[in-house]
Design a protein around this ligand. Sequence first.
Ligand SMILES: *Cc1c(COP(=O)(O)O)cnc(C)c1O
Length: 362
Amino acid sequence: MKWKTEILNLKAYQPGKSIDEVKKKYGLEKITKLASNENPFGCSPVVEQMLMEYKPVRAIYPDGYAASLRQTVADHLDVSEKQLIFGNGSDEVIQIISRGLLKPGVNTVMPSPSFPQYRHNAIIEGAEVREIALINGEHDLEGMLNAIDENTSVVWVCSPNNPTGCYINQSSLHRFLSQIPADVLVVLDEAYYEYVVSEDYYDALSLVKEFSNLIVLRTFSKVYGLASFRVGYGVGNENIIQALEPLREPFNTNVLGQAAAAAALQDQEFVENCKRHNRKGLEQFYSFCDEAGLNYFPSQGNFVLIDFNRDGDEVFHGLLAEGYIVRSGKALGFPTSVRVTVGSEEQNIGVIEAMKKLLASN
Ligand SMILES: *Cc1c(COP(=O)(O)O)cnc(C)c1O
């Protein structure tokens, strides 16, 4: 086959281990998955109720424009419907952006370590990837600015950043955006936006009004608890969105996903509750780390990256044997850490017990 040379060394996405896989392998009854930053409380009862009653026509294609969801999100954010693009998860919006702007001869600037899909898609498109190392878990915005030249077409920013949980504050982000050439697209991935509590966090939608080269990505997979339905979206200047829309597959979001996402938005109390529980959960992990003398990055997301000062895979396997699936930092660019999703209070107690046991054992 005459494959694009760019794809020859790519590996398929390695998902976190599935619950069934671990049950079988370790002969365990109860498995807790804290590996993919999913919502431990599921989704809103409003969504559950809607799904019980909703009987969409099977044989007819969904509304590719997602008109009803579009209207709901536009109202919720107070933006125009034309400022939105929906994807089969925000993963797909990342793919669409990459397809539209990246190619051999151009470069793209991103933090590292960060969400791997920016790099992955850039490689497929044959663009030069300029990865700028984080400093103390945070974006090196100066370094990123310095890496931009006349061949840069996309700059990726992830705040709160996966896997560190660090965020960018209002003044730093504003200064950064002000210095980026108007013909360079900035993608601000806010997958964990709803969990943020920092007071000096920016308002991404005001930034979209001010900077016509900014697109913000959000998702229903995290706090809304709808990861299986695959709905995410981008919000930006109308001109950017209208340029991207033709690249979207005609029926990229499905009928159940559209309905579930629209229903989920109606229950902001659920979101607030999850956010509150998440804060308490993070405090559980922080106290454990402080007591055990382990370093971590204070997180604005629903996960925490903990440095165990030993091989991350080893910690990962140790916790797996106790029935807890976390993410080894090895594959995330932090070889002696693990990333743990904040679970329910009980789940957090459980995984922390398992961590203590592991620390005590050697
Ligand atoms: C989970 C995640 C996404 C992907 O979300 P989907 O909408 O499920 O595709 C995007 N960006 C970051 C940083 C994430 O952690």
